[in-house]
Design a protein. Structure first.
Length: 232
């Protein structure tokens, strides 16, 4: 009998294994599935970030995912991604459909909006004031390179003009549950509307009073969606 699919968590643009906190344990307990989280290159305690600030960095991570699954012995996976991780999950479902059972995308980014750039610039102010750098140092050996790549790319006009993953959404054949908070400063409702419009098996959900981090603000709701993801 092949091994049971597991849930693979894909962290946000400034996240790591440790930023999920107790959520993986809660998710495993409630769903009955194994839950795997890993820090991408440059994040957490992983190896240093290599190469330039590539505008295709999210697609690069999606292409790497089968190798990660192979390394940890997962033949098929449910993907739960947050922000950057949600974008990677959607790309991976389009590129590697035979490996992905379903996707739960929290606050995904399909393209860059003015709202996104303003929110990222606001985060940059927190970095310059020092509070964010101190906070990220608890989760990353080297927070500055990942912050600079994330901040500088998402606030650049070149990235805003080139980054758009809507082209791949029609290639996704697995179920996709996409969720966003009504108070999310990083995106407009257009992002979820496009998923609903383009993804064949896409369903979208709004969480009232929630910001950019649904699994932290409303973990029970996300766990229920992850449970539903297995039944579709």
């Amino acid at each position: 009998m092949p091994p049971q699919p597991q849930i693979v968590l894909l962290h946000e643009g400034l996240g790591s294994v440790s930023t999920w906190r107790r959520f993986p344990e809660q998710l495993a307990l409630e769903t009955g599935l194994g839950v795997v989280a890993y820090s991408r290159e440059g994040y957490g305690r992983s190896s240093p970030l290599q190469g330039p600030n590539d505008v295709d960095y999210l697609a690069v991570e999606a292409r790497r995912l089968p190798g990660v699954l192979d390394a940890i012995g997962i033949r098929q996976a449910y993907l739960l991604g947050h922000s950057d991780g949600a974008t990677i999950a959607l790309l991976a479902a389009a590129l590697h459909g035979d490996r992905i059972r379903a996707v739960l995308a929290e606050a995904p980014h399909l393209y860059v909006e003015p709202e996104t750039q303003k929110a990222v610039r606001d985060v940059g102010l927190a970095w310059e004031e020092g509070a964010l750098k101190r906070a990220l140092s608890c989760h990353h050996h080297r927070p500055e390179p990942i912050f600079r790549r994330w901040h500088d790319l998402w606030t650049s006009e070149g990235f805003a003009q080139r980054f758009d993953i809507r082209w791949c959404l029609s290639k996704i054949r697995c179920p996709v549950l996409a969720v966003q908070g009504t108070e999310d400063a990083f995106a407009s409702p257009r992002q979820l509307a496009d998923i609903q419009r383009i993804v064949a098996l896409g369903r979208t959900f709004w969480l009232e009073g929630c910001g950019h981090e649904p699994h932290r603000s409303f973990p029970d709701a996300i766990i229920r969606m992850a449970t539903d993801m297995q039944r579709i």
